[in-house]
Design a protein around this ligand. Structure first.
Ligand SMILES: [Zn+2]
Length: 146
């Protein structure tokens, strides 16, 4: 701990804060350094550094905006493509559905026609079945008398 404090101490002692207005750190705190120091030059350097940083940030933000615009355009294009695809798919399915409906109505017509034919010939079939029923009953009675 002590060695570390000794190592740090001279550095802290070498620097002092300018009291004339700029508030910057000055290396060496003798009266000579303080007298020679003029706030204008270091403040100009700080201003230049800040301007450079500002320009860098402005450039970065311009690039980010460009990237964002490009991404937005690509997303808008993707959405448009998807909408077109969805519309096409909807049309295709609508056509398929109409074909299915036509097919179903033709099946219904066929079934209706079949049922009509069946009901027309049902009276004859009924009579036939009745007679056959009677004959089987008679046959049963004959084969198994009580
Ligand atoms: Zn100063």
């Amino acid at each position: 701990m002590e060695t570390r404090q000794r190592a740090l101490k001279p550095r802290i002692c070498d620097q002092s804060v300018c009291q004339k207005g700029c508030g910057l750190l000055l290396s060496g705190h003798s009266m000579d350094t303080t007298k020679k120091h003029s706030c204008v030059e270091p403040l100009r350097a700080v201003k230049r550094a800040l301007e450079e940083r500002g320009a860098g940030l402005e450039h970065a933000s311009r690039m980010a905006r460009l990237r964002w615009n490009r991404a937005e355009q690509s997303l808008v294009a993707q959405v448009a493509t998807l909408q077109n695809e969805a519309q096409l798919a909807a049309l295709t399915y609508q056509q398929r559905l109409q074909r299915y409906l036509l097919h179903i109505s033709s099946i219904v017509e066929q079934i209706t026609g079949y049922c009509k034919n069946q009901s027309d010939s049902s009276t004859a079939a009924d009579m036939q079945s009745h007679t056959s029923d009677h004959s089987t009953l008679k046959q049963l009675q004959v084969s198994r008398p009580f």
